[in-house]
Design a protein around this ligand. Structure first.
Ligand code: ADP
Length: 262
């Protein structure tokens, strides 16, 4: 059986086409959400179907999730991203105990039971600090992009101390550090450490039960993953395509719903 999941995030929209029997991702896509989430959802699904080389009619079901899920008409049903993150992470790592999802404008930590269902979660959606958008703004101040930020950080001897986590204050702090002669690499490393430490505080609110999986677009930043694993002193797994895990979880929920109907 083939099913699809569409995850409409605040910054990026992702789609995953999955084969139920093998649990394999056969097609995936990721694009900017833009101002019309419904359009982004349709486009992401089309791209994933094209990559999978599957006609839309072969999908047994499609589930939408994420911030913009209600606006999507291509889906048969919707489900929260908390459930999808748990289902997707469990699919990839059946023993996973804690899922940390750092996205564009929020971060979540979800404790997952042995069957891959959420037990408890903590959410930071009040401010951009420690999220993907924060990193985008800081990368710009360092004249690079989010991909370049991790690379830059990895080349630092010692991370600079970043005291502000508010996006506005941190940006002026960085400008000040650079003007004072601090190396851009050290500033980038300091930013990665600050995001990891902030995320660890959120994780401690719900409790950390290893193995821990880091998902969401920020999972692509290896420095943050390394710092987070060290701060939590826990085994931290980053899947191959961390940004697609929630969409994969949505596709798994779609398959479960078809099976439940019989
Ligand atoms: P959302 O679902 O909330 O829209 P995502 O989970 O898709 O967010 O994450 C988006 C964030 O991922 C971006 O703001 C950016 O910081 C980060 N990101 C995207 N690509 C990369 C990359 N190549 N390296 C590091 N970080 C990345």
């Amino acid at each position: 059986m083939l099913t699809a999941g569409v995850d409409i995030g605040s910054l990026a929209t992702k789609a995953a086409v999955m084969e139920r029997e093998s649990g394999r991702l056969v097609g995936g896509s990721c694009l900017r959400s833009g101002s019309t989430p419904a359009e982004a959802g349709r486009e992401a699904l089309e791209l994933a179907l094209r990559e999978a080389d599957v006609p839309r009619g072969e999908l047994a079901a499609t589930v939408a999730t994420g911030y913009g899920r209600q606006s999507v008409s291509i889906a048969d049903s919707t489900v929260t991203e908390i459930t999808c993150a748990a289902r997707g992470a469990h699919l990839l790592e059946p023993g996973v105990g804690t899922v940390i999802d750092i996205g564009g404008q929020d971060s979540k930590v979800i404790r997952v039971d042995a069957d891959g269902y959420p037990l408890d979660f903590a959410l930071n959606d009040r401010c951009a600090a420690g999220t993907g958008r924060f990193l985008e703004v800081m990368a710009e101040a360092l004249e690079t992009d989010v991909g370049g930020l991790a690379e830059l950080a990895a080349s630092a001897d010692e991370p600079a101390a970043i005291t502000h986590t508010c996006t506005v204050f941190a940006e002026s702090e960085i400008v000040g550090l650079l003007a004072g002669g601090e190396a851009p690499a050290a500033v980038a490393a300091g930013l990665c450490r600050a995001v990891a430490q902030r995320t660890a505080l959120l994780a401690r609110q719900v409790g950390v039960d290893p193995p821990v999986m880091l998902i969401g677009g920020v999972g692509l930043n290896r420095e943050i993953a390394r710092e987070l694993g060290e701060t939590l002193q826990a085994e931290l797994v980053v899947p191959g395509q961390p940004q697609l895990v929630v969409a994969m979880g949505a596709a798994a929920v779609a398959a479960e719903r078809v099976e439940a109907r019989g």
